[in-house]
Design a protein around this ligand. Sequence first.
Ligand code: FDP
Length: 300
Amino acid sequence: MATRDNPAPTEPESTSATIDAVLDVVARSAPDVRSGLPGRRVAIEGENPSGESQKAADVYADELFLDRIGSISNVGVYASEERAEGIDVGSGLSVCVDPLDGSSNLEPNAAMGTIVAIYDGPLPASGDDIVAAAYVLYGATTTMIVAREDSVTEYVIHQDGEYEVAREDVTLPEDPTVYGFGGRVPHWVEAFQSFVDDIESDPSMKLRYGGAMIGDVNQVLTYGGIFGYPTLTNAPEGKLRVQFEGYPVGYIVETAGGATSDGHQSLLDVEKDDLHARTPVYVGNEELIDDLESAFSDHE
Ligand code: FDP
């Protein structure tokens, strides 16, 4: 693991205070991420560890978060989707960041996010190790969703980095109305296609798909429904990464009263021993996730 100097741990010392400090830094950094986007919409030469092309904005946001999160006392490791290995920044909690989720939305100027997972354990962590998760949504406004200690809160972040509670105790609405699924449709497996056919035959459901997971998940948290980036015939593990996307979004949706799955089990029960391992991701209202898992077990 790469190392980096970090000041000797001072305050904050408790896990809860460290979580507070990480979330505060993420919220206060969001306007800086946003204001750094113009001029960084182009692809650069490098690839991330998953073999995807990087944009200048991905690298900019990653360096900004490494610098700021890596300086917090009692953060032990900073890992990001943009780096092959975690960076040893001290001793304490492990923080996994997807600095710019949905960065292919940069060119068409559509929504994107930042995802943060905080684990009390070494990386790669298990779903049980997660102690808090959050995402920032750079949409028409900048908001942050935080799940910790059994509740989900939405904040609005202002341009000066100050933020305030917009909604407490966020829960998925009981009657789902939206769905959105990634991957090329010809690569969907039969079980998934039959589940989608059922969803589409329900007149109360409508398609809402924006191409950035965080934007699509936020639709589900707001209106109720289901989002998935499924298993594909040419990519059985789908596209999204367990440590950076599956666990944190799974933790947020389950804390908000929803359900999650990789097709067979909760996302939080997925076990992978590679920092950048992928998993199919399905999140939403419990009855829809139950139907999805039934469709997969019926086709086995
Ligand atoms: P992106 O590659 O633009 O960063 O995991 C990243 C992600 O976006 C998700 O936000 C999004 O749901 C998915 O990939 C989109 O994948 P496709 O390129 O296959 O549409």
